[in-house]
Each structure stands twice: as C-alpha cells, then as structure tokens.
Design a protein around this ligand. Structure first.
Ligand code: B12
Length: 356
C-alpha cells in the first residue's frame, strides 16, 4: 500500500533525531566556530530544535518518496528564515553539514536519494531569490469582500466582521461562496502574514478565533437542504490541530445532501474507528495540514482497512500537504482526494457509486 522505499533512512532519522541533530550542531561548531561562538544556551537549544525539525521533514518526505513535499518545506523554510534575517548561504552550508552527518549514519543503498534531496536544498538556498508577499489574489471574484473582512480582523473589529459576513449569508449558495472565496483565502493569507513576520502569532490566533466564531454563526443556515442520502464522518488525525478546512468541507457536504458527523481536531484512531462502526458511515473524510502528521493518516487508514466491517467505508483525504503533492493520497492508501470543499462532493459520490 505504501511507497516507503526509503523507509529505513526515514526510520533511522526519526528514531535518532536528537542524536543526529546534536551531531550536525557539533560539526557546525567545528567547521564554523566564529559563527557559533556568541550563541547563548537558549540560542543553542533553539538551533538544535530547528535542526530536528529539518530532519523530521526530510524523514517524512523520504518515507513518502516525495520531492514535492520536501521542496514545499524548503520554500516555507526559506521564507521564514529570510524574514528572520538569516542568510541563505548560511542555510545552504547547514544542509551540506547535515549531509555529511547522514552519510555516516544511513544505509549505503539509500544514500543516493538522501544526497538528491539535500542537494536540492543546497541549490535552493544558494539562490538568493525569495518569494515576495503578494497579499490576497485580486482575481478572486470576492476579492473586495475578502479584503474588507481581513481588514476588520486585523483591526480587531470582531463584531463588525461577524455582522459583515452574516449580512451576506442569504442562502446556501452564498455560504459556499463565503467559505471558498472569503474565509479560505483570508485564513491562508493570515498564515502568510504570520510566516513573513508581518503580524504576531497573537493576531493570527485572534483572526482564526473570529473566523471560527463566524463559521459557528453560519451553522444554523446550512439546513435548508433536501433529504440526506449518504453518511459521512470527518476527523483530523491525532496531533492535528488545523480543523477549519475540514469544517468547511463537512458543512458544504451537509449542504450537498450528506448526513455528516464532524469530529474535528486531534482525534484518536480508536475513536474514529468506533464512530465509523456506530454510524455505519459510507465515507470517512480525513484532514491533514501539518505535513509531519501524514504518517499518522497512513496508519489510521491501515487500521480501518484491516477491520472487517470498517473496511467497507471509503476514505477520502485532503489538506495542505496534498495540495503540494497530489500523489500523496495514493501513497498513504486513501481511496480518493479532493483539493477543496467545492470538489469534495463530486469526488466522494463518484467513489461511493463506483461498482466495487
Ligand atoms: C489557523 C492556523 C493554525 C491554527 C489552527 C486552529 C484551528 N482551530 O484550526 C493553530 C494556531 C492551532 C495552528 C498551529 C500550527 N500551525 Co498553522 N496555520 C493556520 C493557518 C493560518 C490557517 C489554516 C486554515 O484555516 N486554512 C483555511 C482552510 C480553509 O484551508 P485548508 O486548510 O487548506 O482547507 C481546504 C483544503 O485544503 C481542503 N481540505 C482540508 N482538509 C480536507 C479534508 C478532506 C477530506 C478534503 C476532501 C479536503 C480537505 O478543503 C478545505 C476547504 O476548501 C495556516 C495557513 C494556511 N495556508 O492554511 C497555518 C499553517 C498551516 N500552519 C503552519 C504551522 C507551521 C503551524 C504550527 C507547526 C506552528 C507552531 N510552530 O506551532 C502548528 C502545528 C499544529 C498542529 N500540530 O497541527 C504552517 C504549515 C507549513 C508547513 N510547511 O508545515 C502554515 C501553512 C502557516 C505558514 N504559512 O507558515 N495553525
């Protein structure tokens, strides 16, 4: 089911991450004592934590044999480090040192792939170009409303923001538009503003809180739809805290005639399995945003597929990493993937109505 060709490297990196991060740090100290001399103990600890983070992402990309997942991470990392004033050349050197450490610790047969992945990182950081922040997309048909809503969030006008959205929500078609062309792009842009150091983490949390409140206020307006045919359960894997995208998918599926049960963020596998059996679900919708949670989706899918009764339930996945690499859903063993809430209904119906 899984394409974990580089499984052994991925396992070694994950199991020995602290030790490997320390080796990278020590080698960096040896090769560049000047740079590291002034580091306080706190900075050293932060350095080790970032080191582990890079290694975890490499392990996840290796286990799924996904260069796209890795380059998506590199692009995210470059934007972050540049906004913090770290020189790209310094990061390129760091990846070269990481390769030296991994060459001494990973199986020879898997080294060509590891060299390829780290080579991509070095080349990427040798190039000084960085992505500019462009803001919301003016091609969006609801651009003006999205911008107005975002300005209200960023100026902490929660009541005005909620009233603004509610005044537009005259029917279910409008709610779709609000979700897909206002709340979704605004949330993603808020993420970029935080990532590029233009707003604080507190502002990002505030904006997200208001958007979640607005979604709750829209909830009673979802139910003017006709009879329900299929049953769907939706959940984020354990450790996954991003639930807004899945909530939008679930609400739009409800409008499209599904009987939905939204379990939300951070669901333990056993709880999902029990709910599938209890509700006799036709479909399980799993959401992953944080890429390091992909392997958890894979083991949840394995658990469901190996249960005699639950294995009849079809599994659809979606979320941020699947947008970066649209082959990941197959690699983790799902039955289907949809890129956003507007596509989920047709993908799911095709899946369920397809002859076995
Ligand atoms: C809000 C937010 C949070 C909130 C989430 C709160 C909540 N209750 O959901 C909090 C503060 C908890 C959070 C935490 C973190 N976050 Co955050 N977060 C975001 C942010 C700003 C918005 C997410 C969102 O609401 N998006 C809007 C929705 C509508 O879009 P969507 O999720 O893509 O969903 C659509 C599709 O993907 C699809 N879809 C989604 N799920 C499913 C499922 C199925 C079955 C289907 C078919 C389709 C589907 O349909 C949806 C609707 O159309 C994003 C930015 C972004 N680009 O999304 C960062 C972002 C995802 N977070 C990020 C990070 C780094 C983190 C943290 C690691 C930060 C930290 N250092 O702690 C943690 C990780 C937490 C964890 N373990 O899960 C990064 C991830 C980058 C990366 N390469 O890893 C992002 C991209 C921000 C950034 N630009 O740096 N975050």
């Amino acid at each position: 089911m899984t394409a974990s060709i580089y499984h052994e490297s991925s396992r070694i990196i994950t199991e020995h991450v602290t030790e490997l991060a320390q080796k990278v740090f020590d080698l960096q100290m040896q090769q560049n004592p000047e740079m590291m001399k002034g580091y306080t103990p706190y900075q050293k600890q932060k350095c080790l934590r970032d080191e582990s983070h890079n290694l975890y992402y490499l392990a996840e990309a290796l286990s799924l044999d996904s260069v796209k997942l890795w380059t998506n991470y590199l692009s995210w990392l470059k934007t972050l480090l540049v906004s913090l004033g770290v020189k790209n050349q310094q990061t390129a050197e760091h990846f070269q040192i990481m390769l030296q450490v991994l060459e001494a610790n990973l199986p020879l047969s898997e080294l060509p792939k590891v060299r390829e992945m780290i080579g991509i990182a070095v080349t990427y950081f040798q190039d000084e170009d960085t992505q500019e922040y462009h803001g919301l997309d003016p091609q969006n048909p609801r651009y003006d409303q999205a911008r107005n809503y975002q300005n209200m969030l960023l100026s902490a006008q929660k009541r005005k923001a909620a009233d603004y959205i509610l005044s537009m929500a005259t029917g279910t078609q409008e709610i779709r538009e609000i979700y897909l062309n206002i709340l979704q792009p605004v949330q993603r842009d808020i993420g970029l503003l935080w990532h590029t150091n233009k707003i604080s983490v507190a502002q990002e949390h505030y904006c997200t809180g208001v958007t979640q409140m607005v979604i709750s206020l829209l909830y009673p307006k979802l139910f003017d739809a006709g009879p329900k045919d299929y049953r769907m359960i939706s959940a984020c894997v354990s450790g996954e805290l991003h639930e807004i995208g899945l909530r939008m998918v679930t609400d739009i599926m409800e409008i499209d005639g599904w009987n939905t049960t939204f379990l939300g963020a951070n669901m333990p596998d056993e709880g999902i399995l029990e709910t599938i059996l209890e509700k006799k679900a036709d479909l399980l919708a799993i959401s992953v945003t944080f890429p390091l949670n992909l392997h958890k989706a894979e083991s949840l899918i394995n658990l469901i597929k190996s249960d005699a009764l639950a294995s009849k339930t079809k599994i659809m996945v979606g979320g941020y990493p699947f947008l970066a690499d649209d082959s990941l859903w197959q690699k983790i063993g799902a039955d289907a993937y949809a890129a956003d809430a507007s596509l989920a209904n047709s993908v799911a119906r095709n899946l369920i109505q397809r002859p076995a």
